[in-house]
Design a binder for this molecule. Structure first.
Ligand SMILES: Nc1ncnc2c1ncn2[C@@H]1O[C@H](COP(=O)(O)OP(=O)(O)OP(=O)(O)O)[C@@H](O)[C@H]1O
Ligand SMILES: [Mg+2]
Length: 444
């Protein structure tokens, strides 16, 4: 993609933002940029490519779940194209997120499948299979806006009557037109007894908030989309929701999750190096150097997405201070030093904002950080509170100043889970520089 006229990156010698925090895509760029996940990716490819229950992935927010899945699906496609053997796996054109409405989910899933077959139709011939008959479908789906008043037509030779063009945009139109049956049949015909399929990521299961809601929603999809031929679903989610949503009924459909840990410091640095090499020209000067990124990644408790987003904000600041003002980009060593003080300043300002937080609550904050940054509202005793209400009060105070956040407990919608925010981790990282008030009344 050409850069915007307003982009800061050409000034640093980059063709694109090396700290982009968006999910890696199922293409050659994503393949190149994915670092440190080769064995996980190979394992997932085996799980996807083996029939039977579907693989699942679990890991904290921003750890790299969706990227790993997108790139793994791309690698399967690439391997099939590189050694044509009448087998083809292709990544779905987009990821799907769960919703409580099963009917519109089915509608979205079928549409994504149709668009995927259209996009990768030529691949089938390349691997020695027949090209799926998607041309009519393509016109119907992708040009329907312009054909509102045309009559219905029969496509695919499977007896589906597509009705008028506007049907392509509503779920009622789809079922009236026999779309679900037609897509099922198209999948069968396209793969025609050969191996392969469409890899679709069912992403962010935690959006359903509770384990019960996730179960209900997956249960509803069992007999509509999870049994589509030649579709390999991969389920992904954070906060333990995937493993807990696998009820007995669902354990035949979904496998136990592959748990994704954060990249270690060395891998995170390698990921940044890769981006700097890929997007940087010969005179590139990275505002956040690999060394600087290692520091940042530690300060933010190994949260990759947050580290990338913060690196981007720092770059913006550096650009303003040094490039716009005409001073020029500082040396790499100076960039590292500026990053350190810029981060400290953010932590200091957060600490100043938290001036009202009581000593006892600072003590709780520190203990929460040491306990991996997460605790349920029923854990009050573990943190030495005399009554639960005290912990609720502490969380309220800390969340008002953005150091801790509250979410619904996936196991019980009436409870909450409290976790340290990225800003909270930053304050914790610099805590030796701040004097938290002593908690004399501790263990009340
Ligand atoms: N293995 C990797 N190598 C390089 N960059 C990565 C890797 N994994 C993730 N990233 C980068 O980290 C960021 C977060 O990744 P991703 O969106 O895949 O995380 P996620 O676990 O799906 O997050 P969420 O829980 O919010 O959906 C993206 O910018 C992505 O490019
Ligand atoms: Mg994701």
């Amino acid at each position: 993609m050409p850069q915007s006229l307003f982009s800061i990156w050409p000034d640093f010698g980059f063709s694109a933002n090396p700290y982009n925090q968006e999910t890696l895509t199922a293409d050659a760029v994503g393949d190149e940029l994915l670092v440190g996940r080769d064995s996980e990716s190979a394992r997932l490819q085996r799980l996807i490519g083996t029939d039977g229950s579907f693989p699942t992935v679990e890991g904290s927010i921003g750890v790299g779940k969706s990227s790993l899945l997108e790139v793994s699906a791309y690698r399967m496609r690439k391997a099939c194209l590189n050694s044509p053997s009448g087998e083809l796996y292709v990544p779905a054109v987009s990821r799907l997120q769960p919703g409580t409405d099963a009917e519109s989910f089915e509608f979205d899933a079928l549409r994504v499948i149709a668009q995927t077959l259209i996009r990768y139709a030529d691949d089938f011939e390349q691997v020695g299979m027949f090209r799926p008959k998607v041309d009519e479908l393509d016109r119907w789906l992708n040009a329907s806006m312009f054909r509102h008043h045309e009559g219905g037509g029969q496509v695919l030779g499977v007896g589906a009557n597509w009705g008028s063009g506007e049907d392509a945009n509503t779920s009622e139109g789809y079922s009236r037109s026999g779309f679900p049956t037609a897509i099922r049949q198209l999948l069968e015909e396209s793969f025609d007894g050969q191996r392969g399929g469409i890899v679709i990521i069912l992403d962010n299961l935690e959006l359903l908030e509770t384990v019960g809601a996730a179960r209900r929603s997956l249960d509803l999809l069992r007999d509509t989309v999870f049994n589509l031929p030649h579709v390999r679903w991969v389920l992904s989610g954070s906060r333990g929701i995937v493993s807990r949503a696998r009820s007995e009924r669902l354990s035949g459909v979904f496998q136990a999750p592959l748990v994704l840990r954060p990249l270690d410091d060395r891998q995170a640095v390698a990921a940044i190096q890769k981006r700097i090499e890929s997007f940087g020209g010969p005179s590139a000067a990275a505002p956040v150097t690999p060394r600087g990124f290692a520091y940042l990644y530690q300060a933010l408790n190994s949260n990759l997405r947050e580290s990338l987003a913060t690196a981007q904000q720092f770059a913006q600041w550096l650009h303003e201070e040094f490039v716009v003002s005409g001073r020029g980009v500082p040396s790499p060593e100076d960039c590292d030093a500026y990053l350190e003080s810029w981060l400290l300043e953010r932590a200091e300002s957060a600490f100043a904002d938290a001036g009202r937080v009581q000593a006892r609550n600072w003590q709780f904050f520190e203990e929460l950080c040491r306990a991996d940054g997460r605790a349920g509202s029923s854990d009050w005793e573990r943190f030495g509170f005399g009554v639960q209400q005290q912990m609720v009060g502490a969380v309220t105070q800390l969340s008002e100043v953005n150091l801790v956040s509250r979410e619904t407990d996936p196991d019980d919608g009436t409870k909450t889970v409290n976790s340290v925010t990225p800003l909270g981790w930053l304050v914790y990282f610099f805590r030796s520089r701040f004097r938290f008030p002593a908690a004399r009344e501790a263990r009340s």
